[in-house]
Design a protein around this ligand. Structure first.
Ligand SMILES: Cc1cc2nc3c(=O)[nH]c(=O)nc-3n(C[C@H](O)[C@H](O)[C@H](O)COP(=O)(O)OP(=O)(O)OC[C@H]3O[C@@H](n4cnc5c(N)ncnc54)[C@H](O)[C@@H]3O)c2cc1C
Length: 323
């Protein structure tokens, strides 16, 4: 499929950018993984709507923000990635409400809220993803979660139809967001934006809190090395990092991937040479070790898509990296 095919199907010409055989290592924070058959960067929501209408009804689709919670297996993704971060990212404040498009970066949302003398958004300053990713993951830290502040969210479906939804339309939990009803979030419907309500307060205090939270992250997380944040969700009443560390796994490596010495729930790619398979094997290794020692089945927080290299029919990740 190329741009000409798509524009032939659509009444309105596309204004975004379409790429084929797109190396996803450039679009995920782990800096590893295979290629996506197609990658589309929409110009805006209307353009995205036109693009989606032109796709085959069963085309596999994956919306990607900043790829800070995502791994694409070395064999790549047989389908189309919609890259939201590089698309038209807009934010607008209206009193205590901030409207943000899905492609806007969370740290920018936190800073805009503080600038507008609003409090509550500070936790988002250290989440290196987009608003769309934060909505999909219910991203959270330091006692706050994204959906606590969502007044409404806009979604788009495969027919290009845009809907206004409220929290009541979703089942929301710890790193868990699913649509109630027949439509499946991530398969039939995706986020294109949201309105957040924060508390009017002291912007200076919000900025100080942002600085404190970022300093805390720098002290405890391996931010200088490619990573995807916490690999596992914390089990009820415990911390995945504590369990992994207690298994003696800090510093353990498989191929180019290593369990961080600084934070045991982080896997890093220090030389930028790790295969997605190395990272996935290390995830499996940590999970198994914790299961054997503590009888706890850790649930991955990171999302893994695509196919393993052996199954790949075309360019593998290793070849891709050499080119
Ligand atoms: C250093 C570091 C620290 C982190 N700290 C935290 C933290 O404190 N708390 C926390 O919760 N997370 C944290 N993370 C993980 C990550 O930043 C969050 O999960 C973030 O919300 C992911 O956003 P993203 O835009 O990068 O999403 P991506 O990684 O691009 O995607 C993640 C998932 O969301 C889906 N998705 C993305 N955009 C959309 C959309 N528009 N509509 C529907 N689905 C979509 C994707 O398909 C995928 O399944 C951290 C990561 C790093 C690297």
């Amino acid at each position: 499929m190329n741009m000409a095919d798509l524009t032939g199907l659509a009444a309105t010409p596309l204004r975004g950018r379409l790429r084929t055989a797109a190396p996803m290592s450039r679009h995920v924070s782990w800096r590893a993984g295979g290629v996506a058959d197609r990658l589309y960067i929409p110009a805006d929501s209307d353009d995205l709507s036109v693009f989606l209408r032109g796709l085959a009804p069963r085309e596999p689709l994956c919306f990607v923000g900043l790829g800070s919670n995502l791994l694409v297996r070395d064999g790549g993704y047989r389908g189309t990635v919609i890259l939201m971060h590089s698309s038209h990212a807009v934010m607008r404040a209206e009193g205590a409400v901030i409207h943000a498009s899905a492609g806007a970066a969370c740290p920018k949302l936190a800073r805009l809220a503080a600038l507008r003398q609003l409090e509550g958004a500070e936790f988002l300053a250290g989440v290196p993803g987009t608003v769309g990713g934060a909505l999909a993951m219910n991203a959270g830290c330091y006692g706050s979660q994204t959906w606590e502040f969502v007044r409404s969210a806009s979604t788009i479906d495969r027919a290009g139809t845009i809907r206004e939804r409220t929290a009541g339309d979703f089942e929301i939990g710890y790193r868990h967001v699913v649509l109630r009803g027949d439509s499946v979030l991530g398969e039939d419907e995706w986020f294109i934006g949201a309105s957040f309500a924060f508390a009017p307060g002291d912007g200076g205090r919000a900025r100080r809190r942002i600085r404190e939270l970022l300093a805390q992250r720098i002290a405890t997380q391996p931010l200088g090395l490619p990573n995807a944040g916490s690999v596992f969700r914390n089990p009820e009443g415990d911390h995945a990092a504590r369990l992994i560390e207690a298994c003696g796994l800090k510093g353990v490596a498989i191929g180019g991937a290593r369990i961080s010495e600084k934070h045991a729930n982080f896997i890093v790619n220090p030389g930028g040479k790790a295969l997605a398979a190395d990272i996935e094997a290390l995830i499996g290794h940590a999970r198994e070790a914790v299961r054997v020692k503590f009888g706890v089945d850790l649930v991955p927080e990171v999302r893994i898509i695509g196919q393993a290299a052996a199954q790949a029919s075309s360019i593998g990740a290793a070849q891709e990296r050499r080119s």
